[in-house]
Design a protein around this ligand. Structure first.
Ligand code: PEP
Length: 248
């Protein structure tokens, strides 16, 4: 039985005090034994939020990680630095990174490997654009994004990762994939992994992201191959984020 997980992605929103307030409000809604909940926060506030989440069920993540270990890479944040700031997770390959900052399948795979070297669980974001869906290339895009990581990290590396299927056309648009559309791609991802390792396919968490809200979370999470969600907009409000978490 796979443990489900709900992760918030705060993106570039809020201030230090708002982040601390939000983290405290989320924790206030959790019980001691709760697990499977995390927030990926702006890197400059990681230490502030680490102090809030320490010894609570709320785990911490970075929104990206460098594709090199250390050195002359101005503006990048290494996996070691994330680890020092208390991160359990790091997003890699979020579509906003791929679209606006030129992250490629190869650089995403390198980020994935760097995260794992430091014991950080990479959350590999994959998904098609609207154009790709409409031209029937969704599965080909998923194959390329997934295989780049398998090629560099090896299939066994997926055992210590989370995969986030996030159709780009559903992120921040209010358009959610239907439960069936999401399930179809999650099942495909799991089958592709199963072709290389059934055990890893059975255990890897595959979460859905794209305009998940309290009103649609329960139905999406009820799909057999969907193990939770990566939540953007709705994770900025503690009540909504907690309602989504409680929907699993
Ligand atoms: C995201 O940023 O990963 C995301 C899913 O955003 P939203 O929930 O706002 O669509």
């Amino acid at each position: 039985m796979r443990q489900s997980i709900v992760m918030g992605n705060w993106k570039m929103n809020g201030s230090r005090s708002e982040g601390i307030e939000l983290a405290n409000a989320i924790i206030a809604g959790l019980n001691d034994g709760d697990k499977g909940i995390a927030v990926c926060v702006p890197s400059v506030y990681l230490s502030d939020i680490e102090a809030v989440v320490k010894n609570t069920p709320l785990a911490l993540g970075g929104q990206n990680v460098a594709d090199h270990e250390s050195g002359a890479y101005t503006g990048e944040i290494s996996a070691f630095m994330l680890k020092e700031c208390g991160c359990t997770y790091a997003l890699v390959g979020h579509s906003e990174r791929r679209t606006y900052y030129g992250d490629t399948n190869e650089s995403v795979a390198a980020r994935f490997c760097q995260a794992q070297k430091e014991g950080i669980i990479p959350v590999l974001c994959i998904g098609e654009t609207l154009e790709e869906r409409e031209s029937d290339t969704t599965f080909a895009v998923i194959d390329e994004q997934l295989n780049a990581v398998i090629h560099m990290a090896g299939i066994d590396a997926l055992a210590n990762s989370v995969i986030a299927y996030e159709p780009v056309w559903a992120i921040g648009t209010g358009k959610t994939a239907s439960d069936e559309q999401a399930q179809e791609v999650h099942k495909y991802i799991r089958q592709q992994i199963a072709a290389k390792s059934q055990a890893i396919a059975d255990n890897v968490q595959i979460v859905y992201g794209g305009s998940v809200k309290p009103g649609n979370a329960k139905a999406i999470f009820a799909m057999p191959d969907i193990d939770g969600g990566l939540i953007g907009g709705a994770s900025l409000d503690a009540t909504s984020f907690l309602a989504i978490y409680k929907a699993i």
